[in-house]
Design a protein around this ligand. Sequence first.
Ligand SMILES: *[C@@H]1O[C@H](CO)[C@@H](O)[C@H](O)[C@H]1NC(C)=O
Ligand SMILES: *[C@@H]1O[C@H](CO)[C@@H](O)[C@H](O)[C@H]1NC(C)=O
Ligand SMILES: *[C@@H]1O[C@H](CO)[C@@H](O)[C@H](O)[C@H]1NC(C)=O
Ligand SMILES: *[C@@H]1O[C@H](CO)[C@@H](O)[C@H](O)[C@H]1NC(C)=O
Length: 426
Amino acid sequence: MRCIESFRYRAILFVTLLQINNVVHSKITEKDLSKSILDFTIGFSRHHSSPDIVGRRSLVWSPLSLYEAMLMVGEGADGNTFNELQHITHLQNKESYREWSLSFLNDVKKNFKDIQRYNISLNIANRLYADNDFNLDDEFNKNLEKYYQSQLELINFDKAQLSADHINQWISNQTNNIIKNVLKASDIHPMTRLMIVNALHFKAPWAKAFDSDLTTKENFTLSTGRLIQLQTMHLVSHFSYYYDKKHKSQWINIPYKGNNRYVLTLALPDKDIELRVLEKKLLRNSKILSNIFNSLDNRTNVNTRVQLSLPKFRIESSLDFVQHFKKYYNVKIPFDADKADFSLMSSGSARDLFISKIIHKAVIDVDEAGTEAAAVTVVQMLSRSGMFLHEDPVQLTFSRPFLFYLRDINIKVPLFIGRFTGMSMP
Ligand SMILES: *[C@@H]1O[C@H](CO)[C@@H](O)[C@H](O)[C@H]1NC(C)=O
Ligand SMILES: *[C@@H]1O[C@H](CO)[C@@H](O)[C@H](O)[C@H]1NC(C)=O
Ligand SMILES: *[C@@H]1O[C@H](CO)[C@@H](O)[C@H](O)[C@H]1NC(C)=O
Ligand SMILES: *[C@@H]1O[C@H](CO)[C@@H](O)[C@H](O)[C@H]1NC(C)=O
């Protein structure tokens, strides 16, 4: 799990997100909604420290998937355990948890027809697996069903291989077979009582596809200075493009089909700036990213003609968030067998459960046609007894490491974020 290290200071990037513009059925104001995720971001940035070698590796993760799973976990937490989770969720009470989740899920539903019309696939699903022998609290389950559209399934965790296979199959199905075999038999502790799972799948064609006949092998300079050759796609078109003088970086929104709602935002630092230096600057203050996104997303601005060269890439990352939350959020109680209070999850109100694992896996695949990405977050709860005309095009060549943010620009939710460095995970 060396990726955790890299995460240390990349994750922060994690965007500035979430100014929800058109939230339905919610008392939560736009400002409140964006605030919680913004604060989540800042939480990470406080802790980035040492220059890490591992940070040179490509990375992808899904803020949305992780956030949704942590809200479900919070539903079942009480006392100090719930209070500590505020460091992660930045929401103060369960009403806010529920409103956040419902607002998001309702927006996805409302958007469904558009999504289908443009051959976009966006699936987000929550599921609760409970051991047969566990006295699940009925109200906890009803709240998950009502506010998180979660479904319950009973399972026998004593049979480690069978239950791993079974959950893996659901995850695979929900993610269009992109994420397979997340859980191994050895991940299923015999004292597992609950597994809280979020699965997310996104697939969309570009608004304007790259012509695969134009794809050629091009040089790509790794941060180490070494030259490698990558299959690189080429396209000349008009895009929302922005050169950020202050941070010496070029930014572009590459839109997917459908009302310009989903975009892949890419950031390329100038030649003399290392990617991690840019990342660090962006993270210093969450306003920086949100200002850049706001100017990119502003539809009244005139698009720029860009000659775009972008490598095809596929990134797959696995992260263990228990370590991350402990180390950088100073959140400990939910993971402490003796102190955790998830009594709202069990009918006997017994303080028997604690979080033993938060497994997060994400994949992104970018090619001439579009993007497919998926993520899953599995939280294991154990019992303690166990962007006109003919101006010259701007040259934008992604021939060195860059950042990406797959975003819903209507509601400012980051679906996936990461970096491509040309170096894969070990
Ligand atoms: C959606 O996919 C179908 C089948 O692949 C295709 O015929 C149709 O043209 C696509 N629609 C759009 C808007 O891309
Ligand atoms: C896979 O998902 C589809 C729709 O989401 C569902 O109809 C089907 O039953 C699922 N299959 C399995 C094996 O879960
Ligand atoms: C790639 O880099 C090599 C070595 O610097 C150089 O000789 C070659 O011309 C470059 N190829 C392209 C397509 O720029
Ligand atoms: C978009 O840009 C226009 C002109 O640059 C500006 O007047 C407007 O305030 C911007 N809108 C937003 C939402 O930032």
